[in-house]
Write a protein that binds this ligand. Sequence first.
Ligand SMILES: C[S@@+](CC[C@H](N)C(=O)[O-])C[C@H]1O[C@@H](n2cnc3c(N)ncnc32)[C@H](O)[C@@H]1O
Length: 237
Amino acid sequence: MKPPHPADKARYVREMFTRIARRYDLMNSLMTGGRHQAWRRVAARMAEPQPGGLALDVATGTGDLALALLTETPVRRVIGVDFSDGMLRVGREKLRRKDADGRVSLVVGDALSLPFPDKIFACVTSAFLLRNLADLAQGLAEMRRVTQPGGRVIALEITQPTLPGWSHLFGWYFHRFVPRLGALVSGDREAYTYLPRSVERFLPPTELSGLMERVGLRDVGYRRLGLGTVTIHYGTA
Ligand SMILES: C[S@@+](CC[C@H](N)C(=O)[O-])C[C@H]1O[C@@H](n2cnc3c(N)ncnc32)[C@H](O)[C@@H]1O
């Protein structure tokens, strides 16, 4: 599989998530042994929004982090934005099933040009978005722009573990096993080949922290979970 050209990346990513939307949640549960929801809950708590505030989850997909913001924090309402209609459709069905559609709204929009005014959200989160962006600095700058001063920006991402032995085992699992599982479960081997490659090509946490500072976030840091397979980045607007 050839990596998408940067100019084509947004279209490639949008079409890919729209294709796999129906099996996306199931694949997450299988790949992570059910841990993915716990990571989102930690990320939501780390967003620390003011009680009664409005939260934004960027690239919300099927809405799991938007829902975690509702259950784990004292926010009043959550907006989830994503550019894949197919992912949002699955998310809306989930919100209705959970009777949460009155407090979470899912809207179509681009993370590189968020359809919101400056400084209106008490916190802004994302999960598994950043390595999919055609322009990472622009995506981070947009998250900061729409966050109220003092509000937190949170980004949960998959990372390559560094522990000797474990990193090797994880590499085998992620690069060899996951594409086969993806082919079997979602019928889309390409999407689940793109996944480990996008993680491999992405910035290590220290470099991402540097970029978050350069877009104007302060008190930047990160916390590794899942034996280093995921990292929660945080900063203050
Ligand atoms: C790996 S999924 C993560 C979904 C969700 N955040 C979660 O925790 O499961 C990545 C999501 O990012 C969305 N996405 C990627 N680039 C985007 C962009 N530029 N604007 C809006 N959504 C984007 C995709 O459509 C997809 O739903």
